[in-house]
Design a protein around this ligand. Structure first.
Ligand code: ATP
Length: 350
């Protein structure tokens, strides 16, 4: 039932807008890949091409090595769930889920029992008789998911399915979708602009920029080792600290840290460091000054002025009291930098 999906050199333009610019991406069988990127980078267009709602201008889509680029949407083995729940308002939850089976002329009794099974699978065992307007947003989205699964698709396409839901429902549904996806082993392409959602759900995250693939990798790889300043900035918060290359180390904030890569010695560089990689120690003679603090529970995000460089650091929440605005601090880095870029290069990319 599962499939390997390949997007090869997909290009799609709308007038002078290039929505997809030679996009290459492979989703392995049973894998969940999150497509992440800023608004307009081509996420939905890529998904629509896989679903068959859009035709690429050039390039190909392969499923298990078979070219399906010209196969019409209704003959593709893919089901899509949209951001808006898109249920049929005049049908009950059970009939919504069974809709595809009705088209395929599955007998009513079988259709109903299968629909009930699927509703149970998505955690809604007793809403079969209800109409969409009698369901909450989260419940409607579960029904939409059950309806997609009823098609027994080998590829599941999810276009921001959680973004219309409130934060708590979003997190619980996120976990459930992932659990179901693993249980069913269905190859899934998941579009989101929410980086936390992408990192927490996906086997791999594909970051798109201007219709191209900027980086693809496991969530921790993308987070810990962003390939470019764009990825580093897009995912999580990032400090930019001036440094100088010295051999295979970088001198930054009076420390030497090891680096990967090949940057000529003595170059001025931008050292990209996550807020959680900065350690602060309160001390009267510290060169840093805490200027702002926002308490977040488990952690607090502090803003620190260090000789004119503005830093953001995350500290354990219970340290927030001693590191209040006005406190002097010593600043050090506890991890190797996420990325080191040459000064000129990073200014260009900004
Ligand atoms: P968002 O996160 O805002 O949904 P996205 O990454 O999904 O954005 P797409 O919807 O794929 O981006 O759009 C990519 C680009 O193509 C955008 O510039 C968009 O305006 C343009 N575009 C998409 N569909 C059409 C269309 N039918 N007609 C004209 N332009 C389009």
């Amino acid at each position: 039932m599962t499939s390997r999906v390949e997007l090869r050199n997909l290009r799609r333009t709308f007038g002078s807008t290039v929505a997809l610019d030679d996009l290459d991406l492979t989703i392995e069988s049973g894998e969940l890949v999150a497509l992440l990127g800023p608004s307009g980078c081509g996420k939905t267009t890529a998904l629509s091409c896989v679903a068959g709602f859009e035709r690429p201008d050039s390039g190909a889509i392969l499923v298990n090595d078979k070219d399906i680029t010209k196969v019409p949407a209704n003959r593709r083995d893919a089901a899509m769930v949209f951001q808006s729940y898109s249920l049929f308002p005049h049908l009950t939850a059970r009939d919504n889920v069974g809709f595809g089976m009705r088209i395929r002329k599955v007998a009513a009794a079988k259709r109903h029992s299968r629909a009930e099974e699927l509703l149970e699978l998505v955690g809604l065992p007793s809403v079969g008789d209800r109409y969409p307007h009698q369901l909450s947003g989260g419940q409607q989205q579960r029904v939409a998911l059950a309806r997609a699964l009823a098609m027994e698709p080998s590829v599941l396409l999810l276009d921001e399915p959680l973004s219309a839901l409130d934060a708590k429902v979003r997190v619980s549904l996120r976990e459930e979708i992932r659990r179901l996806q693993i249980d069913l082993g269905v190859t899934t392409l998941f579009v989101t602009h929410d980086q936390e959602e992408a990192l927490s759900m996906a086997d791999r995250v594909a970051v798109l920029r201007g219709g191209r693939l900027e980086q693809v990798g496991t969530p921790d790889r993308i987070y810990e080792h962003p390939a470019t300043a764009f990825v580093a900035e897009f995912i999580g918060s990032m400090n930019h600290i001036p440094g100088v290359i010295d051999g295979n180390r970088v001198a930054v904030l009076g420390q030497y840290l090891p680096i990967d890569g090949d940057i000529p010695a003595h170059s001025d560089v931008d050292v990209l460091v996550r807020p959680e990689a900065i350690r602060l120690r309160a001390t009267d003679g510290g060169a840093g000054l805490v200027t702002r603090s926002s308490f977040r529970g488990a952690t607090a995000r502090l803003h620190v002025d260090l000789n004119g460089v503005e830093l953001q650091a995350d500290v354990p929440g219970h340290d927030a009291a001693v590191l209040a605005p006005g406190a002097r601090v010593e600043v050090s880095l506890v991890e190797r930098p996420a990325l080191v870029t040459e000064r000129t290069a990073s200014f260009e990319s900004n």
